[in-house]
Ligand binder design. Structure first.
Ligand SMILES: Nc1ncnc2c1ncn2[C@@H]1O[C@H](COP(=O)(O)OP(=O)(O)OP(=O)(O)O)[C@@H](O)[C@H]1O
Ligand SMILES: [Mg+2]
Length: 324
């Protein structure tokens, strides 16, 4: 069996734009372009990039919550894009998602007990009443919520506690893989660290594998083994997190990471400010999509999209004129 729990091959998602009298397709948002990557069992792959670059679309396409336009997603070695709805339902139990806004994703009229029971009912887990109760308490314990939380409603909790409820709901069906889509972005900074540490402890205890989407690069560095950088629907660089900070090869990655304040003022730190706006994913620039904003662009960059350069087993990038 392969070491990789998730293998994504040439995944593409286009959102058609319909217009005119007959609803003809007049264009498409190229949200995810031909992306390939793998995640090992027990690993966390961080996913970063500016707003609108396609992170959520990629995360949801892997789970087939959005149907990919083309490409393959292997879970435990099997291409789940070929699965019919029944097989998909069974495998979905193993693949969960946690969202940014814990309040919006919890039904305000359901108690926490009902919220945590629902996925177990759907997947027919712990059907015995006593067993169910035991499992509910176990879940609360795992996310460090008190026992009396079962009879409370989402509004009775703080933001951090609500996110713990969402994590418990994801854990209820014993997943192997969790897409964490900015799970701490909406929380206070002091609470962010607690939730991130909880996710890391759960990973260790339960052997979970994460795709961790975030805006905050410091959080991503802390939680991830490797980090993937997206720009306008493309994955432009993937490396171990410590490599990306000092040794990024793609100019976009360098610019993105140069924006992080450094705690030590004696270390020379060059901040790169990118000029221009992110181009529209409906009409991306020819060649490398980053070239209009790239201070290192050559003629070649305007003409063709760069292929993958494998720098090491864990580090790859797509750039014609990488940083040396
Ligand atoms: N259902 C949809 N229909 C049409 N376009 C969509 C749809 N969902 C997303 N998009 C577009 O796809 C692109 C990628 O969006 P996505 O939400 O995946 O980005 P993101 O990286 O998660 O951004 P953010 O950091 O703001 O969450 C954007 O241009 C967005 O407008
Ligand atoms: Mg998003």
């Amino acid at each position: 069996m392969s070491d990789y729990l998730i293998e994504v091959k040439n995944l593409t998602k286009r959102f058609p734009i319909k217009g005119g009298l007959f609803g003809k397709e007049v264009g498409a948002v190229r949200a995810v372009n031909n992306i390939s990557f793998r995640i090992k069992k027990g690993e966390t792959l961080g996913l970063v990039g500016e707003s609108g670059c396609g992170k959520t679309t990629l995360g949801r396409s892997i789970l087939r919550l959005i149907e990919p336009t083309s490409g393959e997603v292997f879970f435990n070695g099997e291409d789940i894009c070929k699965y019919d709805s029944e097989r998909m339902r069974a495998v979905r139990r193993k693949m969960q998602i946690i969202f940014q806004d814990p309040y919006a994703s919890l039904n305000p009229r359901m108690t926490v007990g009902a919220i945590l029971s629902e996925p177990m009912e759907i997947h027919k887990l712990n059907t015995d009443k006593e067993q169910r109760k035991k499992r509910l308490y176990e879940l609360l314990d795992q996310v460090q919520l008190p026992k009396d939380a079962l009879n409370k409603y989402p509004h009775e909790f703080s933001g951090g506690q609500r996110q713990r409820v969402c994590i418990a709901r994801a854990l209820a069906v014993e997943p192997e893989f969790i897409v964490c889509d900015e799970p701490v972005s909406a929380l206070d900074v002091s609470v962010q660290a607690q939730v991130v540490n909880l996710l890391m402890d759960l990973q260790k205890d339960l052997g979970l594998t994460y795709l961790f989407i975030a805006h905050d690069l410091k959080v991503v560095e802390y939680i991830s083994n490797r980090v993937a950088v997206m720009y306008l629907g493309n994955m432009v660089e993937v490396a171990e997190s410590h490599e990306l900070y000092g040794g990024s090869r793609h100019p976009y990655t360098k610019a993105l990471f140069s924006a992080i304040p450094q705690p030590n003022p004696n270390i020379k730190h060059e901040r790169i400010i990118l000029e221009g706006d992110i181009p529209s994913p409906m009409n991306p620039p020819a060649g490398c999509h980053f070239h209009p904003r790239c201070w290192m662009a050559k003629d070649e960059c305007k003409q063709s999209y760069p292929g993958i350069t494998n720098q090491s087993e864990t580090h790859e990038f797509k750039c014609h004129n990488p940083i040396q």
